[in-house]
Write a protein that binds this ligand. Sequence first.
Ligand code: HEC
Ligand code: HEC
Ligand code: HEC
Length: 424
Amino acid sequence: MKRLFLRFIGSRQTFLFIACSLLLTLLTTNLALADFTEPQSQQGEYLALAGNCKGCHTTLGGKPYAGGRKLQTPFGEFVTPNITPDIETGIGQWSKEDFWQAMHHGKAKDGRYLYPVFPYIEYTKVTRQDSDKIFDYLRSLPPVAQANPPHKIDPPYDNQFLLFLWRTWYFEEGVYKPDSSKSEEWNRGAYLVQGLGHCTACHTSRNVWGASQDGELQGGEIMGTFWYAPSLISPLEAGMGDWPIETVVELLSTGITNHAVTSGPMATIVRESLQHLSAADMRAMAVYLQSIGKKEIDIKKTRKIPPMPEAVRQYLAKGELIYEKHCQDCHGESGQGVSNIYPPLAGNRSVTLTSPLNTIRSVLYGGYPPSTAGNKRPYGMPPYQHIIHDTEIAQVVSYIRNAWGNLGSLVNQFDVDDSRGYEY
Ligand code: HEC
Ligand code: HEC
Ligand code: HEC
């Protein structure tokens, strides 16, 4: 019996049998592992889209997440780092903990304070669980060996001690705390808007130190870009307190509705990030945004249109001629536009913002709404920077800000000149 058993063990079939079962066990554990990591990194991919990580960490036509994109700020030029898992040039040697340090505390692996151009002021609200998922996703990417040039930060801002002080004053660290008096959906929306969506990174006015000045999402100029990101609270700007949820979702996931359109950096956010989010998450964001928007006051009734001096009338009449010649074909005789193709200019809040920056930019550089699944081939607007002079651009911008019941400040050629050279 014993001999038989030994023979059985020693036989070739047995060897094969044992080898096969070993292989099978290995395979099944591997499968189990894959089962476990696959959704985790897929969820991570989704969350990375919600944070627009790729948008900043990729150059035009460059390898995804390999960095190298240059960001201009009043404090100098920043270059995004390589966050693929390459050992030498990426984050191949980082642990989950190191990554969490960056997302939550704004610290690099070597302990250096990171500059808040990396929006960790907002990402600090992201949960540890979500941060880990993003890390797993980044680790699943093919490593790209790409060393990027260093930042060119103007002195004295290239000083870690100053950055340390800045953080002590302005950086409030902490994961998003749900508000138990609100619905789960509202909290999900708030978490996305305040955290990964980093809407405050742009929609907030900043002091000379680049720190957020007033309440959240009150609108402000984006430093170093000549773009104005409107208030998401005020009904005179881009507040959506009175918008139906569906319209908010439509604008943010397709980039266009019949009375508004996203352009410039906002078109990029829609294209790279928001259009990829699930219907449930977009709805949650819209619920939150609707709740923070002030209700629309009847602007036309409450405001008094001041009597127009003759000189102003003449100035606007010149603008009207330019409008008829260059703009009317698309935007319509009375600025009514064409639904979901050419935005209306009459009653369009983007045109009458206190800051005329975006309107000047639209005329100088033209632009496209984002190309999205919901609006695949958007119609564009031609650039006028080489077609009409600054004086004429100023006249036509002043005209559209004050025609058809619109009311906005006048613009002169120096305002136009200031915006030149900042093509996005
Ligand atoms: C607005 C542009 C921008 C966005 C959006 C952005 N980053 Fe960055 N990120 C930067 C810049 C710039 C730096 C460099 C900061 C520094 O060196 O102080 C950086 C640094 C980092 C670092 C530190 C890398 C290192 O080598 O020290 C990590 C990790 C990182 N980002 C991950 C992410 C992730 C994950 C996301 C999305 C959730 C993201 N970033 C979104 C601009 C951005
Ligand atoms: C990189 C900077 C940036 C980020 C981040 C950003 N925005 Fe914007 N946003 C802008 C700019 C600039 C405009 C003005 C141009 C325009 O009207 O599209 C704008 C316009 C808007 C508008 C008005 C569009 C219109 O014309 O009616 C809404 C609504 C909006 N943003 C919502 C958001 C939300 C929600 C988030 C976060 C998920 C966000 N933005 C993140 C820069 C940004
Ligand atoms: C060929 C059609 C076409 C012509 C001509 C045209 N536009 Fe546009 N315009 C568009 C489209 C399309 C957009 C949306 C662009 C975007 O999202 O960046 C737009 C956007 C705008 C915006 C921004 C509106 C918003 O909601 O952000 C302004 C302001 C504007 N146009 C003014 C003008 C003026 C002034 C002229 C004439 C000098 C003109 N347009 C000529 C098609 C046109």
